[in-house]
Ligand binder design. Structure first.
Ligand code: NDP
Length: 297
């Protein structure tokens, strides 16, 4: 039996529709639409693409999208001053500073300057702490999207063995916190983990957030496990005997895993589309919270 394919693209589309459907009620109550402001510094091509997609998706959901494009030589002080202005602007519900920033700017200082209640990326230490102690805050979009897909597939996650491969601040660690909050038994694996295949084989839920193309093989997966592949890796097609060009693959060897897993997210079309959908959801939640408007279901 091959694994069920978890259709993140369809789930994300539905989530975006749900967000859009809740915008008019907010506008009626608050007299304005929710607003997301994105700040990008420099010309990184991939970041430019992400920022454009975020802007388009925000507008498509009926929210106000504002983008500040700053030159690569912007000083840290100027960036912090802009964030201060956005913090004070009551029409801005979400502030997102696109990463990576140029080397002369300290990302941690920048993130720490964002008002935690507008930090829709969930990267501010206050939100990291809130997640750790179970307080209401903002949770990073990609891992929250993964939890939504898991609960949609499995229902109650309580008691399941979850293994997260990767311990980055933006994916691995918050993913582990979220799974723990859902009462999974959580193992976090990383580059120093011994017997990684053996650790992965214990997982009922296996989340791969490594950034290494097709590293996780079929025989690392417990039969019937649910596999969430966060990895987005662009590889040369020719390594597969193809005719050139590139293609996207995950951190999991999909062709092998699909024969063993119970369910799996594809790359592309799995976790990827969830990130922006959850960003819109976080922005809407921020707007409702900040205006004290009750959020319907
Ligand atoms: P990072 O590079 O920040 O972290 C990678 C993690 O993987 C580290 O904790 C590292 O361990 C671990 N790791 C690296 N090599 C190995 C190995 N051989 N065995 C075990 N663990 C290893 O990456 P991110 O968390 O930012 O991203 C992970 C992947 O997810 C990337 O492919 C990225 O493109 C993708 N991604 C996708 C998103 C989306 O779908 N929207 C959003 C964000 C990321 P150590 O800490 O020991 O170095």
């Amino acid at each position: 039996m091959t694994a069920a394919i978890i259709d993140g693209k369809a789930f994300a589309a539905t989530l975006r529709e749900k967000v859009a459907a809740l915008v008019p009620a907010f506008e009626a109550a608050a007299g304005r639409r929710p607003g997301l402001t994105v700040v990008i510094v420099g010309e990184d091509a991939a970041s430019q693409v992400y920022v454009r997609s975020k802007g388009k998706a925000t507008e498509a959901a009926g929210m106000v999208s504002t983008t500040h494009r700053l030159p690569a030589d912007t000083t840290q002080d100027d960036l912090l001053a802009l964030i201060g202005t956005l913090n004070a602007d009551p029409t801005v519900d979400g502030i997102l500073v696109q990463l990576p920033l140029p080397k002369h700017i300290d990302e941690q200082v920048v993130i720490a300057t964002i008002d935690p209640d507008k930090d829709v990326d969930g990267f501010h230490v206050v939100n990291v702490g809130r997640l750790g102690v179970g307080q209401e805050g903002f949770v990073p979009c990609t891992p929250l999207g993964c939890i939504m897909l898991l609960e949609d597939r499995l229902g109650d996650l309580s008691g399941l063995n979850a293994v997260v491969v990767g311990r980055s601040n933006i994916v691995g660690k918050p993913m582990a916190q979220l799974l723990l909050a859902k009462s999974c038994t959580v193992t976090i694996a990383h580059s120093r983990t011994q017997d990684l295949p053996g650790v992965c084989r214990r997982a009922d839920i296996l989340v791969a957030a490594v950034g290494r193309p097709e590293m996780i093989k079929g025989d690392w997966i417990k039969p019937g496990a649910t596999v969430i592949d966060v990895g987005i890796n662009r590889i040369d097609n020719r390594t597969d005997g193809g005719e050139g060009g590139t293609r996207l693959v995950g951190d999991v060897d999909f062709a092998e895993a699909v024969e063993v897993a119970g369910a799996i997210t594809p790359v592309p079309g799995g976790v990827g589309p969830m990130t922006i959908a959850v960003l819109l959801r976080n922005t809407l939640v921020s707007a409702y919270r900040r205006e004290g408007v009750a959020l319907g279901k």
